[in-house]
Ligand binder design. Structure first.
Ligand code: SAM
Length: 313
């Protein structure tokens, strides 16, 4: 039975289709229990059972809305095998909802493999939108995150994390990360080391909760802000970092192209071909190619001299 909603709200879902034998992917709040949609409550009240990332967590949440349902555990470590169980219930014509611990399933949370398996088995998968830390943070970030790439959690090993960040150096859309409290300081330091101090940084902490903080500064100022009060390092975090400046990214891409072309061609031929391929100014490319060629020649000369000195010793 659907939960008892205030009549005008429950009327909003009246007449809508909620087919049987379907999986409903339901977003839940990321901290504020009131951030759930009318349709999510209706579906959670309607389904035959709820597949959950963590039984205790979700049962507590559902009880806040007066809903109690049989559950199926579907978490990171059993997602594929548990999917078979879900599919067996769908074959019996049941409606099943999937709920992760918080926010939108499949976004740095289990859910995606379940969706694949259920769709492959031929059953409909119905999304019910709602809270996500990603969209909540971006909604208050401002115009500089107009385009963005969601990275989620960085690798936990420092070397892998730094390699990951290096690969994003020339990426022009803003970058959005999730981070846990015990790594927040280290991650902000790594971001500044990788991208320099000038780019914009948004630190969105404990979104929708009592101690919510939304702080915008530069990467150089991030650590100072976090260190200003021990409480600022607690809780859950979304970080958004401004993307690489367009010109810098274009220059890096042109240099990579010119470097390859200079292995086979003269400076002027490399600049001419690069201009045709990229549409950039031939003169500007010639200047860059010449500088690269001179640097390469100087390096080769130094290596030859040093080898000569060693041979003469
Ligand atoms: N599926 C969730 C979503 O839609 O955002 C994300 C789940 S992921 C396991 C948990 C991470 O999301 C946290 O470590 C944190 O980085 C981010 N997060 C979740 N809730 C948050 C909140 N209230 N404020 C800031 N970040 C949050």
């Amino acid at each position: 039975m659907p939960p008892a909603l205030m009549t005008p709200l429950s009327e909003l879902v009246l007449g809508q289709q909620f087919p049987a034998g379907a999986l409903y992917i339901v977003a839940t709040p990321i901290g504020n229990v009131a951030d759930i949609t009318v349709r999510a409550l209706h579906v959670l009240g309607l389904v035959d059972r709820v597949a959950v990332e963590d039984t205790r967590n979700t049962s507590q949440l559902l009880s806040r809305y007066g809903i109690s349902k049989p559950t199926i555990a579907v978490h990171e470590h059993n997602e594929r095998s548990a999917a078979e169980n879900v599919i067996a219930h769908l074959r019996n014509g049941e409606r099943i909802a999937y709920v992760s611990d918080a926010g939108t399933p499949g976004i740095s949370d289990p859910g995606a493999k379940l969706v694949d398996a259920v769709r492959e088995a031929g059953f409909p998968v119905v999304p019910l939108p709602g809270a996500s830390a990603l969209t909540t943070a971006l909604s208050v970030a401002g115009a500089w995150v107009h385009t963005f790439s969601f990275i989620g959690f960085l690798a936990t090993k420092p070397k892998q994390r730094d390699t990951q960040l290096q690969s994003l150096l020339t990426h022009t859309p803003a970058l959005v990360f999730y981070e846990a409290p015990h790594r927040i300081v280290e991650t902000v330091q790594a971001l500044e080391r990788a991208f320099g101090g000038e780019r914009q940084l948004l630190i969105a902490r404990e979104l929708t909760k009592l101690h919510e903080n939304i702080h915008r500064c530069t990467l150089a100022e991030g650590l100072t802000w976090l260190s200003g009060d021990a409480n600022r390092q607690r809780g859950e975090f979304v970080l958004a970092v401004e993307g690489a400046p367009q010109k810098e990214a274009a220059d890096n891409a042109h240099d990579a192209l010119l470097m390859t072309l200079l292995e086979e061609l003269s400076v002027s031929s490399a600049a001419r071909l690069a201009a045709t391929l990229t549409g950039a100014s031939r003169n500007a490319l010639y200047t860059r190619a010449l500088a690269m060629d001179r640097r390469a020649a100087n390096k080769a000369r130094t290596i030859r001299n040093e080898a000569g000195k060693r041979a003469g010793q």
